[in-house]
Design a protein around this ligand. Sequence first.
Ligand code: FAD
Length: 447
Amino acid sequence: MKIIIIGGVAAGMSAAAKASRIDKNAEIVIYEKTEIVSWGACGLPYYVGNFYEDPNNMIARPVEKFIEAGMNIKIKHEVVGIDVEKKEITIKNLVTGETFTDNYDKLMVATGAHAIMPPIKNLSTKGVYTLKDYTDGIVLKEEMMKDEIQDIIVVGAGYIGIEVVEAAKHLGKRSVRLIQLGERVLLESFDKEITDVMEEEIRSHEGVELHLEEAVQEIVEKDGKVVGIKTNKGEYKADLVVISTGVRPNTAFLKDTGIEMLPNGALVIDEFGKTSIDSIYSAGDCATVYHMVRKENVYIPLATTANKIGRIVGENLAGKNTAFKGTLGSAAIKVLDVEAGRTGITENEAIKMGINYKTVFVKDKNQTNYYPGREDIFVKLIYNADTRVLLGAQIAGKKGAVLRVDALATAIYSGLTVDEIGMMDFCYAPPFARTWDVMNVAGNVAK
Ligand code: FAD
């Protein structure tokens, strides 16, 4: 059995590790186009913001360790094509420039995604960055740490853009402007009640400006270096611009294979991680994931699912028949001093699904009044109006918000109703909660 894995990060290395443990006789080859494997991009904004100094902290296991353990990893090798009939891939050695082929019995595509570059004039100007790859982080931090770099513009208020704002503030930059084309920050992931809390937090920080419904049209350059940007509403000075307008799957090299993809190029996989071609599996940022509430394949590129489906694919590459039940799209974000988490569907998604739903939004306190550090906490629940089953939840606040979402993810997974959540035995002690936790309150307020 010869298994080839393309891409050596969360999905690819999870699969490789699992498959090699189950089938000790399988020949496994991993092709990775960079020189780093098994690292976590989630740490990039905090590295850039100098919350820690050593970029090696992002590397779970150096490539040498894998090779010492007997893994056949070919770094600096890019897979440039696949012949699905012959079960053959074409690889380019990025050091020598040589091209060669290799054959597989089973193949896993774990090539991740790349940053989308929006149609903005002069995007290739020096001083314009993205934050996706390891080297992006190294280069961006080097630049951000310079004293003369003081006015930062971040284009796109998704997860990465908001984390870059915190990074720039942590470095003490004079001004940080976050420019968002849409009407709200994080508008695909959170509802207005919760993004209002985030936006208030962003606006409350001195030196941070939030621009909504504004389109960046041009990077203004002088002597080949960025000095500002032009939008449909104005012109702003900038020493450095970060583009964070989403990601797109790295699947262009598969476009002539007939493999089923979503319009954005995400490979459609079933519960076993298998694509529409029998011997080809996929997982992670280059693939879809089945959404348990929406009951359809969606594109939600997160490390959590990349690791889990990657591991399941590893089992199946090694001959097992393990299924992934699905995602809830659970995710978390720190918006300066506010934390927020979400799981299940948003109200917008409920509308698109055409279901009979209701919502409840509660503003409460995270803990008792007499223990220091009490903060506001905001909970929104989306539930089926007929069955009262919980379908989605979002929580924001300065303390204890995000990890509460995990309880509600478990509730959605288990099909609990809002009434059951109202009486759920959540833990309590004065520094952490109130006797009726905010989640109980939300469940009980839901009419
Ligand atoms: P990747 O990590 O992208 O790895 C794919 C690998 O394939 C790459 O190394 C690439 O070089 C290689 N490759 C691509 N094409 C080829 C080819 N043709 N031949 C050979 N090799 C190839 N997720 C969370 O859940 N929580 C977070 O807080 C979070 N924060 C994030 C912050 C940032 C700044 C970023 C960028 C991402 C964040 N994510 C977060 C998302 C998370 O990092 C990804 O979901 C995860 O890395 C996906 O893993 P993957 O293995 O699918 O793809």
